[in-house]
Design a protein around this ligand. Structure first.
Ligand SMILES: [Zn+2]
Ligand SMILES: [Zn+2]
Length: 341
């Protein structure tokens, strides 16, 4: 590679183009990364469709794995050649009121990768050192990529939930997020219920580690969960507000539905169901970088992996379209020439 690199940028809503860009030096606090793989995530639509205010052109991608190739001034704790991951959260500032209180996810000055600055659909990217995650040796870059967003999101929500080993935990939706959520829930020691639509997912759910499968098209998921004793936690990975509402009564008293699937639909839950049983509805946003490290380590230790379809960087537009059409099984990953493939 010379002084330029290949990137896939979005030049206007819905328009991808492959471009050559000039390599630049990392600024203070940043590292430069030779990207080996980057996952394609549903949240990339925030950039591609312009749902966030975007300064065009913008390179999407927030599931990037690569090797550090240069350190900006002031960067400590990271070395050139080290393999790292970059997720959705661009890195906390370290000085705002939330950072000072240890809540790095809700940092007031946090940028989102691929939205506020260029992301991982590229052979080279710049990233803030405070947001980096370490990739375990022996884990392929393409396999690690989806764990940096879909992985950390489901792992973090379950890990910080009130469920303890042996408790009944449901994972609603068996897609990009859900197929990881089921695996994590099983490996964390819960009694796991997968909830999907249609009977064809039964076998997959069991293969991923679910003890039970509820077909929400054939039965009322809330009643089915109550028949199993009621869920301590329902991890919602599907985006429909109605889906969240119809499963809510499946929580046992004191249980919580944790939503990690973003969608435009409002969630209508009756105050009766909320109050009688003291149930809770919560949201969870990805996780901090240390939780990212833990996600990757736990995945390697316990054999959790995303089912991926890897394609070359140049096919980003097609990969994005396939993911948006719901045809990815289950995560599309772009691979760069920097990597082995
Ligand atoms: Zn901050
Ligand atoms: Zn994502």
């Amino acid at each position: 590679m010379g002084s330029t690199y290949k990137a896939v940028e979005v030049s206007a809503p819905g328009t991808f183009r492959v471009v050559e860009r000039t390599i630049s030096e990392p600024a203070t606090g940043q590292v430069r990364i030779r990207v080996e793989a980057c996952g394609v995530c549903h949240s990339d639509s925030g950039t591609v469709e312009g749902l966030f205010p975007i300064n065009w052109p913008r390179v999407p991608g927030h599931e990037a794995v690569g090797r550090i190739d240069a350190l900006g001034s002031g960067v400590q704790g990271w070395t050139v050649g080290q393999r790292v991951g970059v997720g959705f959260l661009g890195g906390p500032c370290g000085y705002c009121e939330f950072c000072r209180d240890g809540d790095l996810v809700n940092c007031r000055n946090q940028e989102y990768t691929g939205i506020h600055h260029d992301g991982g659909y590229a052979e080279i990217m710049l990233a803030k050192a405070s947001g980096l995650m370490s990739i375990p040796d022996g884990m392929e870059s393409a396999d690690a990529a989806p764990l940096l967003c879909a992985g950390i999101t489901t792992f973090n929500a379950l890990r910080n939930s009130p469920a303890k080993a042996g408790d009944l935990v449901a994972v609603l939706g068996i897609g990009g997020l859900g197929h990881l959520g089921v695996q994590y829930a099983r490996r964390m020691g819960f009694e796991v219920v997968a909830i999907g639509r249609g009977s064809e997912s039964t076998e997959l759910a069991k293969k991923l580690g679910a003890h039970h499968y509820i077909d929400s098209a054939a039965s009322d998921p809330a009643a089915a969960l109550q028949a199993l004793g009621g869920a301590k936690v329902i991890l919602i990975t599907a985006s429909g507000g109605t889906t969240i509402a119809t499963s809510f009564k499946g929580l046992r008293p004191g249980g919580v539905s944790i939503d990690v699937g973003v969608g435009p639909e409002p969630i209508e839950i009756s105050s009766m169901d909320l109050i009688f049983g003291e149930r809770k509805l919560a949201g969870s946003l990805t996780g901090n970088a240390a939780t990212g490290d833990a996600t990757l380590r736990f995945s390697a230790l316990s054999g959790v992996s995303a089912m991926i379809e890897a394609v070359p960087l140049e096919q980003a537009a097609a990969a994005y379209a396939k993911m948006m059409a719901g045809q990815a099984r289950f995560r599309m990953v772009l691979v760069m020439k920097n990597g082995k493939s």
